[in-house]
Design a protein around this ligand. Structure first.
Ligand code: NOJ
Length: 588
C-alpha cells in the first residue's frame, strides 16, 4: 500500500489522537534465517504478537546498509544484508499495514557512514564536488604541532575531529569517527538527503520517522572551544554547542515543507540538550511547522551523565522524576498546540525496571506493572520498547564488561574509566564506573528478545546458532513471552489490559490534563488526569518504594462517586495503603 502524497500535511492525522508505538531493535528482535542475528522476516513473523498488544504503530531502528560501528545509525537506501533485502523490507511495510498498524523508520541524517559513497567522494580530494558535503578543517598548529580545530569531546569519547591523512585535513564527527557529520549548510546536500533518506521511504508506504539527533543539523560554524570542565582530559563536553544551532528552525521547516508535509506521516525528533519549554515548542507546536513531537532526554538521563563519563551513575530522587514528568506533560495541554510523547525505554536506555523501580526477584513483576501504569496513563503518544512488555531487566552483575558488552559507547567509556582510574590511582573510580555501566549502558536494551523457555530464549530459529549478543539468563525465570502468554497475572497481559483501558478512556488517559499531587514526596507519585470538559477524573497512585506507603484520595475523587479501575495487586478499593511498588488507578 503506497502512502499517497497529499498537497499539504493535514491534521488530524493517524497519530494525532495519541498513538502507542512499539519500538523494534531488528538485530535483537527475532532471527528467522538462523544466523544468530535478527532480521526483517523475523519481524514479519512476530507481527501477531505486536498486534496483540493493541499498539497503533511500530518503529524499527535503522535497518539500512552500514558497517554497524554504532549499530546502524547511518543513512542509506539499501538494507543491511543480514537483515534481508529491499523486497523483504517492502513485504514488512505491507504486512504491517495488513495488520492494521502503521510503520515508522529511523531517519539518521545528521551524519552518514564513512563508507557511504557521498563521504568516499568527499574525502577523495579537496577539489571533489562533494568536498563541501561534510565539514573539513585544517589543523590548529600550536608550536608547530598539529591539533584538531577545537577541544570538543565526541559523544562517544575522544575528539570530534578525525585526521584524514590523504587530504591533510580534519573532518567533523559528533559521534564515532565512522559517522562523519553531513553539511546541512549546503543546499545540494539537503536535497540529496530529502530525496534518498526521506521521500524514498515515504513513497514506499512508510508512515513516519523517528529522527535521530534532529537538533544537531545546524552547526556553530566558528566552532569555538568549549569551557574546560574536565582539565584532566583533552576533550571537553560540548553538548550545548552540538544542539539548536542558528539555522536549525530554517532547516527543519524546509525539510518538512519539501517532504513530510506532502504525506500523512508522523515525525518524532530527538531533542537532546533542550530543557526550555519555549525552545521545545518552537520546534513542535503546530504553528512551528517543523516536527510533530519530540523525544526529550532529561528524565532518561536522571540517573547518569552526572559528570565527565556519560555512563557514570548519579543519585536521583523521585521528586525529580515527577517534576520532569510534569514538565513534559505540559506539551499535551491544548494551549500549547503540541503533542506529548513519553517513553521509559528505547535502544539507548537500559531497562526501566532495574533503573527506576526494582528488579529483585520478589519485586520485578510488580515493578514492571507499576511502570506500565505510569507510562500508559500519561497524555499524548507512548513508546513501548521490545521486551518492556514482558518486564525485561538489566544484565546480571556477573557479566564481564570487557567481553559481554558490545556497544561502542560502553567500550569507549569503560576504556577511558580504566585508563583514568589507573593514572589517578583511584580504584573507587573503577568501581563507580562499573556500577554505572551495569545500571545504564545501552547494552541492557540490546540483548536478544526473550520469546520462550527454549535454548537462547527462542530468539533464533536455529537452536545451534550463537546469538550475536549474549542472551539474558532471566528468560529462564519467567521473563519470556510464551511463559507470560497464558498467565493472566503476567506483565504481558497487564500491558494488553492497560493499552485497551487507555483507549477505552481516551479523554482521560490520552487527552486528559495532568496534575501532579504531593510533588515533594520521594516514595509515591500521585497524579490526576482530568477530561478537558471536566466530566471525568482519574487518579493514579504509584508506590516507587519497597515499603508500604499511605495515600489519600484527592477531593476531585471523594466529591464524586469513584471506583478502582485497575490495581496491580488486586487490593480492595477501600484500602489507603499502597504495597511495595503497587499501582492503582481510580476513576470518578
Ligand atoms: C541517537 C541514537 O538514538 C543513538 O543510538 C545513536 O548512537 C546516536 N544518535 C548517533 O546516531
Amino acid at each position: 500500500m503506497v502512502n499517497a502524497p497529499a498537497e499539504q500535511k493535514k491534521l488530524p492525522s493517524w497519530w494525532s489522537g495519541g498513538s502507542v508505538v512499539y519500538q523494534i531493535y531488528p538485530a535483537s528482535f527475532k532471527d528467522d534465517n538462523g544466523d544468530g542475528y535478527g532480521d526483517l522476516r523475523g519481524i514479519i513473523n512476530k507481527l501477531g504478537h505486536i498486534k496483540s498488544l493493541g499498539v497503533d504503530a511500530i518503529w524499527i531502528c535503522p535497518h539500512y546498509k552500514s558497517p554497524r560501528v554504532d549499530e546502524g545509525l547511518y543513512v542509506d537506501t539499501d538494507i543491511h544484508e543480514p537483515f534481508g533485502t529491499r523486497e523483504d523490507c517492502q513485504e514488512l511495510i505491507d504486512a504491517v499495514h495488513a495488520h492494521g498498524m502503521k510503520i515508522m523508520f529511523d531517519l539518521v541524517v545528521n551524519h552518514c557512514s564513512d563508507q557511504h559513497a557521498w563521504f568516499k567522494e568527499s574525502r577523495s580530494s579537496k577539489t571533489n564536488p562533494k568536498r563541501d558535503w561534510f565539514y573539513w578543517k585544517p589543523p590548529r598548529m600550536i608550536d608547530g604541532v598539529r591539533h584538531p580545530p577545537n577541544n570538543w569531546r565526541s559523544c562517544f569519547g575522544g575528539s570530534v575531529w578525525e585526521w584524514d591523512e590523504h587530504t591533510q585535513e580534519y573532518y567533523l564527527h559528533y559521534f564515532c569517527p565512522e559517522q562523519p557529520d553531513l553539511n546541512w549548510e549546503n543546499p545540494e546536500t539537503r536535497q540529496a538527503i530529502y530525496n534518498d533518506a526521506i521521500r524514498y521511504w515515504l513513497d514506499r508506504g512508510v508512515d513516519g520517522f523517528r529522527i535521530d539527533t534532529v537538533n544537531m543539523y545546524s552547526k556553530y560554524l566558528d566552532f569555538p572551544d568549549a569551557k574546560v570542565v574536565a582539565p584532566e582530559t583533552l576533550w571537553q563536553p560540548a553538548g550545548d554547542f552540538f544542539s539548536n544551532g542558528p539555522r536549525l528552525q530554517e532547516f527543519l521547516r524546509e525539510m518538512r515543507k519539501e517532504t513530510f508535509s506532502k504525506y500523512d506521516c508522523f515525525t518524532i525528533g530527538e531533542l537532546p540538550n533542550t530543557p526550555s519549554l519555549e525552545k521545545i515548542l518552537s520546534y513542535i507546536s503546530t504553528d512551528a511547522e517543523a516536527l510533530d513531537c519530540t523525544i526529550l532526554f532529561d528524565l532518561a538521563d536522571l540517573d547518569h551523565r552526572g559528570g565527565q563519563y556519560p555512563l557514570m551513575g548519579r543519585n536521583w530522587a523521585l521528586s525529580q522524576f515527577k517534576a520532569l514528568t510534569a514538565f513534559a506533560q505540559q506539551l499535551a495541554e491544548p494551549e500549547h498546540k503540541a503533542h506529548a510523547l513519553t517513553y521509559l525505554e528505547n535502544h539507548d536506555q537500559a531497562r526501566s525496571v532495574t533503573r527506576y523501580a526494582s528488579d529483585a526477584p520478589e519485586h520485578r513483576l510488580t515493578s514492571s506493572k507499576l511502570l506500565a501504569t505510569y507510562l500508559l496513563t500519561l497524555s499524548g503518544s507512548i513508546i513501548i520498547y521490545e521486551g518492556q512488555e514482558i518486564g525485561m531487566i538489566n544484565a546480571p552483575k556477573d557479566w564481564d564488561i570487557d567481553t559481554e558488552y558490545l556497544d561502542v559507547n560502553t567500550i569507549n567509556t569503560w576504556r577511558e574509566i580504566k585508563h583514568d582510574a589507573k593514572v589517578q590511582n583511584d580504584p573507587s573510580l573503577l568501581e563507580r564506573g562499573r556500577a554505572g555501566i551495569q545500571l545504564t549502558a545501552r547494552d541492557h536494551a540490546r540483548t536478544p528478545m526473550q520469546w520462550d523457555g527454549s535454548e537462547n530464549a527462542g530468539f533464533s530459529s536455529n537452536p545451534d546458532a550463537k546469538p550475536w549478543y549474549r542472551v539474558m539468563e532471566s528468560y529462564a525465570e519467567g521473563l519470556n513471552v510464551a511463559a507470560q502468554e497464558d498467565d493472566p497475572n503476567s506483565t504481558l497481559n497487564f500491558y494488553r489490559q492497560l493499552v485497551s483501558l487507555r483507549k477505552a478512556h481516551k479523554d482521560l488517559f490520552i487527552l486528559g490534563r495532568f496534575q501532579l499531587l504531593d510533588p515533594g514526596n520521594d516514595q509515591t507519585m500521585l497524579f490526576t488526569k482530568t477530561a478537558l470538559d471536566g466530566s471525568q477524573v482519574a487518579f493514579v497512585a504509584l508506590n516507587f518504594s519497597a515499603e508500604k506507603q499511605p495515600f489519600e484520595l484527592p477531593i476531585e475523587l471523594t466529591a464524586r462517586q469513584n471506583q478502582l479501575l485497575i490495581s496491580t495487586l488486586g487490593k480492595s478499593s477501600e484500602s489507603r495503603e499502597l504495597d511495595a511498588y503497587e499501582a492503582r488507578v481510580y476513576l470518578a
